[in-house]
Design a protein around this ligand. Structure first.
Ligand SMILES: NC(=O)c1ccc[n+]([C@@H]2O[C@H](COP(=O)([O-])OP(=O)(O)OC[C@H]3O[C@@H](n4cnc5c(N)ncnc54)[C@H](OP(=O)(O)O)[C@@H]3O)[C@@H](O)[C@H]2O)c1
Length: 322
């Protein structure tokens, strides 16, 4: 099969379109004929081997698994003998290891039926970012209707879903983004949109019951000032934390700030499960959640898509059609 393969860490020039064997599936896996895949900033980290600490898990000198791509949508091509929930021909979406390829092996614990009415490209734009947004709001944030919610990075991969889901949960939503993305954030349903290049929301006097931070570039102490006395800050991530540990330390240390306070500070580690994907599909089918696609590329142009991901210029998700 054709796949985008990397043998070493580096920039997008390490990615090559190559011929590799179709992956074998285990008893509890299905083989997906991939029709579309989308990029996450996590794919960039795995490509670059950064932060360096991550190499302990993914390969010290070179990636142990050379095919990037975690989010896919496609057709079930074969099923393992222990699989009862899916049959050949089913349309599915979910998370795999090696989605930038014509075929990918998937655990049944990480896929669900593709939402009705979505194309494969739209469905592929949802899994990791959508599930992260759901976990941040529903689980870590324990969101409730009528709360005031601030989404920092509301136009980003996670933010486009967090903004829409927070509205669907009945919250009053304020989205923080850059100038060119204000219209997008309003179109996602945000009640207010703040341009971070013009205003500092921590000094505007507003307080939020729940802050979802996907940008990770403000001190937790200043975010704390924008929280209500019993508010919750969920730290999803952010770039710029350095080559060695990234933003890991911010995630780990933040909860300590809540000790002795009614405010909560939570670092998020999101793992996408089949039940999350099914929940996201329900939001889509109720018309409460829509994927936003910046651009779709053929698989052979993965380098161009990865370069665009790196610039943060994309308005929505970057998709590869396979
Ligand atoms: N904890 C987990 O399990 C988990 C899961 C998934 C992702 N993550 C992490 O979460 C982070 C976000 O992921 P993503 O896919 O949403 O990335 P993304 O698409 O790059 O979005 C990040 C957003 O941050 C915004 N931003 C940059 N500087 C800002 C500032 N000074 N103030 C406010 N917003 C600012 C950008 O807004 P503009 O585009 O408007 O400039 C951008 O949209 C990444 O670090 C990723 O690694 C963590």
């Amino acid at each position: 099969m054709k796949a985008i393969v990397q043998q070493e860490y580096g920039d997008s020039s390490v990615l090559h379109l190559d011929e590799v064997p179709v992956p074998a599936i285990r008893d509890d896996e299905v083989l997906i004929g991939v029709r579309a895949t989308s990029l996450n900033i996590g794919d960039w980290h795995l490509m670059a081997g950064l932060p360096l600490l991550a190499r302990l898990a993914i390969g010290l000198r070179r990636p142990r698994q050379g095919i990037r791509g975690m989010d896919v949508a496609g057709l079930v091509h074969a099923v393992g003998p222990a699989v009862t929930a899916f049959a050949v021909g089913d349309e599915v979406f979910g998370v795999v290891d090696g989605g930038l390829a014509e075929f990918a092996a998937a655990s049944v614990k990480k896929i669900a039926r593709k939402p009705a009415g979505l194309t494969f490209e739209q469905a592929a734009a949802i899994p990791t970012s959508g599930a992260t947004a759901l976990h941040a709001l529903r689980d870590a944030g324990r969101i409730r209707a009528a709360q005031r919610v601030l989404v920092i990075g509301a136009a980003g991969g996670v933010g486009i879903y967090a903004t829409q889901l927070a509205k669907a949960f009945g919250a009053h939503v304020t989205g923080v983004c850059s100038t060119t993305k204000l219209d997008l954030v309003r179109s996602l349903g945000a009640d207010e949109a703040i341009d971070y290049t013009v205003s500092d929301f921590t000094t505007l006097g507003a307080s939020y019951d729940l802050i979802i931070d996907t940008a990770g570039n403000r001190p937790v102490a200043s975010l704390r000032r924008a929280l209500t006395p019993a508010g919750t800050l969920v730290i999803v991530g952010g770039e710029g934390g350095g080559r060695v540990a990234g933003t890991l330390s911010r995630q780990m240390v933040a909860p300590l700030r809540g000790v002795g306070s009614k405010q909560s500070f939570r670092g998020l580690v999101s793992v996408t499960k089949a039940a999350d994907l099914a929940t996201l599909a329900e939001f889509v089918e109720r018309g409460e959640l829509s994927p936003v696609i910046d651009q779709s590329y053929p698989l052979g142009q993965t380098r161009a898509a990865m370069n665009r991901l790196e610039t943060s210029a994309a308005v929505g998700k970057l998709v590869l059609a396979v």
